[in-house]
Write a protein that binds this ligand. Structure first.
Ligand SMILES: NC(=O)c1ccc[n+]([C@@H]2O[C@H](COP(=O)([O-])OP(=O)(O)OC[C@H]3O[C@@H](n4cnc5c(N)ncnc54)[C@H](O)[C@@H]3O)[C@@H](O)[C@H]2O)c1
Length: 354
């Protein structure tokens, strides 16, 4: 491989465009090709960035100017197409979630391990200054012993978000609703900051939207450390509030809202509030911008060049999916669920309406 890593984008929808803008700001990398099964979409993004368009992943994988593929297609295709990429010996950067089922996610991780391809999952919240500082504060003991770690994703999606998309809000391609699609960012951050989870109790509803999956979920977590946490995820909460992570330890508390730390109160320590105050996806999925995709892609490119694990590996992404599945399993069975889950567990496509 040359010093510059050649990156292809698979899926030229909303997030594919964000990837293209982000790649332009990444060192030692270039966008080499755009792939989409919908010709008009591939052509549009490819033209905008002056690269060739390809309409079939298999064709793209034969090209010498593709070292890695960004998987930006609907979530239910992540592992199927990502596994093709890894089996061709090309590196994989897959959008969240790694897939919508554990067995499929596992196949992708194993394909990467077998061929030596890197597999990384996009959870850009870990790359925000606020997220990093909160993680370092908790793991460095700034807050004392962790007592509670709570995540709130009270977002809103206009009904057209579901009705205008062929795959949002479907079991087949979204794999669930407000939790696996929107809430998953904070599930990942909660796990990264609060540590491994021992058990989950959850309830879910389809409260507002005309969809087959949940748009409301509440869960209670017990971390392996003994700390507790609650998670609330929604796409039904008008007007939509910035996502939040609260940590409370024996010495003090902090609150992260969006990409900002809005409270940091530790006995005997100066307050460390602040952050980037960037727009969140609380009520508009297009508002997130490409800013935090830049460090994620930079880390992926550096991991390839330095032959090391990316910061959020495929195995990491699989653990976050396992936590999502534990919430679904608890809500489905109406009882507490302990981790780890059986690796072949998949949810039943059935949610109570409110
Ligand atoms: N990290 C984030 O904050 C973030 C934000 C939005 C979306 N996402 C993730 O990105 C992924 C895509 O979401 P989106 O909003 O861009 O969706 P989208 O519907 O806007 O775009 C998906 C694209 O994939 C293409 N596609 C579908 N099947 C294909 C196939 N078999 N081969 C090639 N192309 C195919 C479609 O034509 C479309 O252009 C999802 O998994 C979603 O969870 C992540």
């Amino acid at each position: 491989m040359s010093d510059v890593v050649n990156l292809a984008i698979l899926g030229s929808g909303l997030i594919g465009g964000i990837h293209a803008r982000a790649i332009a700001e990444v060192s030692n990398a270039r966008l080499s090709v755009v792939i989409d099964a919908a010709k008009d979409r591939a052509d549009k993004l490819a033209d905008e960035f002056g690269v060739p368009a390809v309409y079939d992943l298999g064709e793209a994988l034969k090209r010498d100017d593709v070292d890695a593929v960004h998987v930006c297609v609907p979530s239910g295709l992540h592992a199927k197409l990502g596994t093709m990429v890894a089996e061709a010996g090309k590196h994989v950067l897959v959008e969240k979630p790694i897939d919508i089922t554990l067995p499929a996610g596992q196949r992708l991780v194993e394909a990467g391990e077998a061929s030596g391809a890197k597999v990384a999952v996009i959870f850009q919240k870990r790359f925000t200054d606020a997220g990093r500082r909160l993680h370092a504060g908790v793991s460095g003991g700034d807050f004392g012993r962790l007592m509670q770690c709570d995540a709130y994703v009270k977002w809103y999606r206009d009904p057209t978000y579901y009705s205008d998309s062929p795959w949002h809000g479907t079991w087949a391609m979204d794999g669930g609703g407000a939790l696996i699609n929107q809430g998953v960012h904070m599930v990942d951050l909660m796990k990264w900051v609060g540590g491994p989870v021992r058990s989950v109790f959850a309830r879910r509803r389809t409260a507002l939207h005309d969809i087959e999956v949940e748009d409301l979920v509440d869960a209670l977590f017990e971390f392996e450390s003994g700390a507790l946490g609650v998670l609330q995820a929604s796409t039904a909460t008008y007007p939509g509030y910035p996502e939040r992570l609260d940590v409370h330890g024996t010495l003090g508390s902090a609150v992260l809202e969006g990409s900002d730390i809005t409270q940091w109160a530790v006995k005997g320590q100066e307050s460390q509030t602040g952050g980037d105050a960037l727009p969140t996806g609380a009520s508009d999925p297009g508002a997130i911008g490409h800013r935090y995709h830049v460090p994620v892609i930079q880390d992926f490119v550096d991991a390839i060049r330095e032959d090391r694990e990316p910061m959020v590996s495929g195995r990491d992404g699989l653990e976050t999916l396992e936590l999502v599945m534990a919430v679904y399993k608890s809500a489905q069975e109406g009882k507490e669920v302990r981790l780890p889950l059986p690796h072949d567990w998949v949810p039943e496509p059935k949610v109570a309406k409110l």
